[in-house]
Design a protein around this ligand. Sequence first.
Ligand code: NAG
Length: 403
Amino acid sequence: MGRKSLCLLAASLLLAYYIYSPIPENIGEPWTLMALNAVFRTIGHVATIAEKLGLAHYMDVLMVITNVESTAPVSDEKVAVTDTAFNGVPVRLYLPKGQPDTLKRAVIFVHGGGWCVGGAAMKAYDHLSRLTSEKLNAVVVSVEYRLAPKYHFPIQFEDVYTMAKYFLQSDVLAHYKVDPSRVCIAGDSAGGNLAAAVTQQLLHDSDNKVQLKIQVLFYPALQTIDFDLPSYRDNRDMPVLPKSLMLRFFSEYFTTDPSLMEAMETGQHVPPEASHLFKFVNWSNWLPEKFKKGHVYTVPKHGNSKMGQKYPGLLDPRAAPLLVDDVKLHGLPLTYVVTCEYDVLRDDGIMYASRLREVGVPVIHEHVEDAVHGVLLFTSSPFILSAGQKMVHNYLELLNENL
Ligand SMILES: *[C@@H]1O[C@H](CO)[C@@H](O)[C@H](O)[C@H]1NC(C)=O
């Protein structure tokens, strides 16, 4: 064998080693997921290097995916799509065409991306919103909220809230021919976090006259206290959203100061005066037996008392909707929670479902046994995951029956 072919062999082995990653056995498309993971890991490595060299912020490099995936608003014979603004907040608006001129349903959609990346214009989200509008004869408002690291909490929350409150005004709904009793909010991941927070706040806002009929939370992030839940332990290195990236997203949501991420990694980010919140994320109580996965509950650690003052948003229910009393959960609308088995955020969604059920909120919980985090984004080429396609199908069916 010549030197050239030896080099080639070594390079191929290295590449195979790099692409190959252990994938749960029951995943439908292991090679698609491995390829996807290799792309994500590569971008992650580039981002780390770029940041170390001082060339770009980590999230600016990740944002490249969002920009590459973004599409212009394109109308067709079924849906009119425009980019506009509601009370100063940019939205992509989908209006169904050519259907009976009765009052319509409406969906407020909040995209994911860890409060740092993602956008309503991304192909996957644009496609989902278009499909929702067309299949349900619904007005879909997909919100383009501002992102970290440029903007921190509560800007992301406030953008979505401002927009939702504007849209829910009777005259605005009437203008778009929307039936006020048939409006829902939906979001995935960080978008699920924002959707849950907005739904809670709207319920107790005396200026707000129209309440949402349904909230849909796809694998939402819902708490900032315990990053040692069984789902965090079991899935810390899973494709798409490893624990390290989730903590980075969370810490960027609140601050650019890297000390928060360091404290989160060792579980020392919660000030002692916040111990009264531990009961809301006590998975020993809130996870059904089958989701404990043989893990033993340990009480979250404390950090020092400066944490609370340094990062005031950290335990705010608008950032962590699980951290509220039952009183705040009473009266929430029908909640559809989707969780995925191989996801660090799995237990956040399951605990919220348990807590909502306990106070009498109608809950439909769908747990997907063969999916990683973020599958909703992978419903078209080049990366198609059937779990994502099924999720979209079930979602539209559920809205069609209940909204
Ligand atoms: C968590 O729940 C378990 C079981 O109910 C209980 O023994 C424990 O004291 C709780 N811990 C906290 C911090 O709430």
